[in-house]
Design a protein around this ligand. Structure first.
Ligand code: ADP
Length: 591
């Protein structure tokens, strides 16, 4: 218990710093004020019985409190003892308020600190380490796990607070009657052994719950993303079974934790009373001491034992949610190791162009790009073509700085891409991906991307017009304010694509990447967009990846990638003349 308590303390301290110590100080004050207040009981009894002169006789070393009163000039009478007692309990009330209030404040601060930190880690993560397989874990870690972690935090701090109180009460009990206190403490420690097994079982169940929740969230995300396919093929029934199996397994773990918590709570008190009863019997029968001598010590020990029960309960509840701490901590560590390193040179816009020299990229043994060299001059349109799997997307990822060259260089206006501050560089990149990105929001926000800058509706319509999306948006019931469903489900594939193109045109970027952007369009729309792209040509630097060679016919240059890393460069006409495989591809498409 001690080891893990320290381990977790450093985690909480890491997020909250010295505030944690302040919170603990408030519990120390609560216990001390309570203890001093209770210590007034014996002189009170004695004062009430007319023994004011011998006041403090049963208080052991706690007599210093009474001596203290006399030192500041107060005579120990019923009234002074009562007033001092009242004062201590008022002070305790104030300390208790501070303790509880501060706990709530820190609890919120802690949860938010974790959320913000993980959010930053997520945003800063390197693309290459980011895979869909983690989506359930990311979702779970950022949402419900933070809630469980928050509970763990509360339980942990209440545990520490009760632990401090226990220590204070034990010390006071010891000062009041050392022998009696020692017997009870030793008995209490022995009774603790029974809980080792319960704690271990709770911890193990908690870890399994966290793992199960990660999986659950992953299944949910997948089933929402693939809903149409799963529904149409009724494979959703198998998904349902998988999710239900997961829910039931988690329920079993939750129930196990519930049983263990109930066991801890119910067994602890009788056990504690047994220890106290045994100690009183030893005190009175074996040592032949009167009850009067142990009354104050007993009061403290009773308080201490109640605190011990609370410590034990908090500890078990803490263990019940501690799986989340391990889950979140390992997530934070893993994300910390895959953070993207940004160069320090800010980018303010493309001036001359991008130069690719002897570029290499391989996924393990799969050599995708080899010795690739070419230039993209400002305002040029470059077509990237090649059969599926030839490395077109990989090349684009390298151009965006999402992947780093394994050999060779990418120079943007003469500066190595890794020396650039990639955030500002990417501000200047527009990207229309194969799967058009449409957010579950209004058309307006889909085009402006929640930009805080002031912009007129006309500028939005202008972008929509360029992307050949004006007509369908005008026909929507609420025009620019129409909200499209999740992933733009209420739009057709072609409309989604046009909307994505409009967004990038609205952003007025320097380098526009169109990744098979017209693949989901019918020939008429494709033709219209093609015309628009052609109008843009010359006013924007463009990299167009296209399966349909017709879309890049007029590009200034084509990079024709071949599987295994080979490539050819030239205009459409020159490639057609000299490259057999290019001609082959054109012929196949014409067919
Ligand atoms: P294209 O866009 O031309 O279809 P890609 O650049 O997507 O080609 O892929 C090129 C090759 O690299 C393919 O063989 C593909 O399987 C492989 N590949 C792509 N991404 C990864 C990845 N993240 N991990 C391993 N291999 C990958």
């Amino acid at each position: 218990m001690k080891q893990s308590l320290f381990k977790y303390f450093s985690l909480f301290y890491g997020y909250l710093g010295n505030s944690v110590l302040l919170a603990l100080l408030s519990s120390l004050l609560v216990a001390l004020m309570d203890g001093f207040g209770l210590a007034m009981f014996l002189p009170l009894l004695q004062a009430a019985g007319g023994e004011a002169t011998t006041a403090g006789a049963g208080s052991g070393d706690l007599r210093f409190l009474l001596d203290g009163l006399e030192t500041i000039g107060l005579t120990v009478t019923l009234t002074t003892v009562l007033s001092v007692m009242l004062l201590f309990f008022v002070l305790k009330g104030i300390a208790r308020f501070a303790m509880d209030f501060y706990r709530v404040v820190l609890q919120q601060r802690f949860a938010n600190a974790i959320r913000v930190r993980n959010l930053n880690l997520l945003v800063g993560a390197e693309f290459k380490h980011f895979s869909g397989a983690h989506s359930g874990r990311i979702q779970n870690t950022m949402s419900s796990e933070v809630g469980r972690l928050n509970q763990a935090y509360v339980n942990y701090f209440m545990l520490l607070q009760y632990l401090i109180m226990t220590v204070v009460y034990v010390v006071l009990a010891y000062l009041a009657n050392p022998k009696f206190a020692a017997i009870v403490v030793v008995g209490g420690l022995f009774s603790n052994v029974a809980f080792v097994w319960i704690n271990a079982a709770t911890k193990s169940a908690s870890t399994k719950i966290s793992q199960g929740m990660n999986q659950y969230q992953g299944y949910l995300i997948e089933s929402v993303a693939s809903f149409k396919f799963l529904k149409a093929t009724n494979l959703i029934a198998r998904y349902r079974d998988k999710i239900e199996h997961n829910i039931l397994a988690t329920e079993r773990q939750q129930r196990q934790i519930g049983v263990l918590n109930a066991l801890t709570t119910s067994v602890r008190e009788p056990l504690v009373v047994l220890v106290v009863v045994a100690a009183i019997l030893v005190q009175t029968i074996v040592f032949d001491q009167g009850l009067g001598l142990i009354i104050v010590s007993l009061l403290f020990l009773y308080r201490a034992l109640t605190s011990v029960i609370a410590v034990q309960n908090c500890y078990n509840s803490f263990l019940g949610v501690s799986g989340s701490i391990d889950n979140v901590t390992s997530f934070t560590q893993e994300m910390g190791q895959v953070q993207e390193v940004m160069g320090g040179i800010p980018f303010s816009g493309l001036q001359r162009g991008i130069e690719i020299n002897d570029l290499h990229y391989a996924y393990d043994a799969n050599q995708v790009i080899q010795d690739l060299s070419f230039r993209i001059d400002k305002y040029q349109t470059i077509g990237v073509v090649g059969e599926s799997g030839s490395g077109k997307t990989t090349l684009v990822n390298l151009l965006c700085g999402l992947l780093s060259p394994q050999d060779g260089t990418i120079l943007v206006d003469g500066t190595g891409i890794n020396q650039l501050d990639k955030a500002t560089y990417r501000d200047c990149i527009g990207y229309v991906t194969q799967e058009p990105q449409v957010f579950s929001d209004s058309i307006r926000n889909n085009v402006t991307c929640w930009s805080s800058a002031q912009h007129s509706d006309e500028s939005i319509w202008e972008a929509l017009r360029m992307a050949h999306a004006e007509r369908f948006v005008r026909d929507l019931p609420r025009g620019l304010d129409t909200v499209v469903g999740i992933n733009g489900i209420t739009l057709s594939g072609g409309q989604r694509q046009r909307l994505s193109i409009a967004r990038e045109l609205f952003r007025k970027v320097d380098l526009l990447i169109l990744d098979e952007a017209t693949s989901a369009l019918d020939s008429r729309s494709e033709h219209l967009i093609q015309e628009n792209i052609d109008t843009l040509a010359g006013s924007l630097t463009m990299v167009v990846i296209a399966h349909r060679l017709s879309t890049v016919r007029r590009a200034d240059k084509l990079i024709f990638l071949k599987p295994g890393g080979g490539y050819e460069i030239g205009s459409y006409t020159s490639l057609h003349q000299r490259s057999y495989s290019f001609r082959n591809m054109v012929d196949l498409q014409t067919l």
